[in-house]
Design a protein around this ligand. Structure first.
Ligand code: SAM
Ligand code: SF4
Length: 324
């Protein structure tokens, strides 16, 4: 079992397979970064997998593949199959913008993938275009349909932004209800890579919007899940991911691995340790030692504050690098 320096069990590893993306979401990567990590610096699937085996052997039982846009990485289904074959009962999921799902969903499912989280911020083509800075909506909706058709579990992530898509919270919820899928509203997390004029909605404001049409009943957090769950009058459940809330980090169970091998203990902070040298040499003990050190140093909590953000509440971590 993996325990961090604050006594929390860590059993969840998020693995970013690329920082590159086919969208330029304003809250994540409004412009193409000045320089991408050169392709030769990316770890191969075999190298990433060597570390993942260490983590799985020591107690990780949930893995999420993310990015950038993970479906841009060639042969992702082969990677999924490697993980699935090693531990068929692992809770294996992927986060995607869905753009490439029409042509990849079946292969992902066949490789052993069980669940997808899909980002859907608007049902209005012009608004989706404004957020992603590309005309994406029709293809994203096709991708969601395809994922459901092949039998993948789907959850929707929406980041409500003031003056942009805040009037679509109920519409996105209805879209999800009609398809019997869960929506999770994510508070915008301030970071230096985002378009700086954006204003996110606080969790409390998101709930107020939902209450305009529904009565809601708080269910609480599901284990160490970052999502606080609520139920509507008709039993439909939705989630709120509220990293600005003071107790958000109490049960944090996750660490993150980037495509170039940086192991990141917290989404907010810059601190990271590299496993690249160890996995390139096939040094399992070296990788395990880095993992132990990162767990020991894992911060107690993030610094997004519940009040209006000031300078030190803005993370310098890029979401497209860590995978959110
Ligand atoms: N490209 C994939 C996608 O968009 O789903 C996976 C990577 S993306 C970085 C993972 C998640 O992070 C998405 O749900 C996205 O909405 C969320 N995200 C990115 N930047 C964010 C921010 N500043 N605040 C809150 N959520 C953010
Ligand atoms: Fe790409 Fe996902 Fe970031 Fe949007 S949120 S720019 S889709 S990595």
């Amino acid at each position: 079992m993996l325990i961090d320096g604050h006594g929390r069990t860590v059993d969840y590893l998020r693995v970013s397979v690329t920082e590159r993306c086919n969208f330029r979401c304003q809250y994540c990567m409004p412009e193409k970064p000045f320089s991408w990590v050169p392709k030769e610096n990316l770890l191969s699937f075999e190298e990433l997998f060597l570390f993942m085996k260490v983590a799985m052997d020591e107690g990780v039982n949930k893995i999420r593949i993310t990015g950038g846009e993970p479906l841009l990485r060639e042969d992702l289904d082969t990677f999924i199959k490697m993980i699935h074959d090693y531990k068929p009962d692992i809770d294996l999921a992927l986060t995607t913008n869905a753009y490439l799902l029409p042509q990849t969903a079946q292969r992902l499912k066949d490789a052993g993938l069980k669940r997808l989280n899909i980002s859907l911020d608007s049902l209005i083509p012009a608004v989706a275009h404004k957020i992603a800075q590309k005309d994406v909506l029709a293809q994203v909706l096709k991708g969601i349909d395809k994922a459901l058709e092949v039998g993948l579990g789907v959850k929707i992530n929406m980041v409500p932004l003031k003056g942009i898509n805040d009037n679509e919270i109920l519409d996105i919820m209805d879209y999800c209800k009609e398809r019997h899928i869960k929506v999770r509203f994510i508070e915008y997390m301030e970071n230096r890579h985002a378009e700086q004029s954006l204003k996110g909605m606080h969790g409390r404001e998101i709930l107020e919007k939902v209450k305009e049409k529904h009565t809601i009943h708080a269910l609480g957090r599901e284990g160490a899940s970052p999502s606080f769950n609520y139920e509507l009058e008709d039993g439909y459940e939705f989630g709120l991911i509220d990293p600005h809330k003071h107790d958000f980090c109490e049960n944090c169970n996750r660490i993150r691995l980037t495509a170039e091998g940086n192991l990141i203990p917290c989404l907010y902070f810059d601190e990271a340790m590299s496993i690249a040298d160890s996995v390139k040499k096939g040094d399992i003990q070296g990788a395990a030692d880095v993992l132990a050190q990162v767990l020991k140093d894992k911060p107690k909590e993030n610094r997004w504050s519940e009040e209006n953000p000031n300078e030190e509440d803005i993370s310098s971590r890029a979401f497209y690098e860590t995978g959110g």
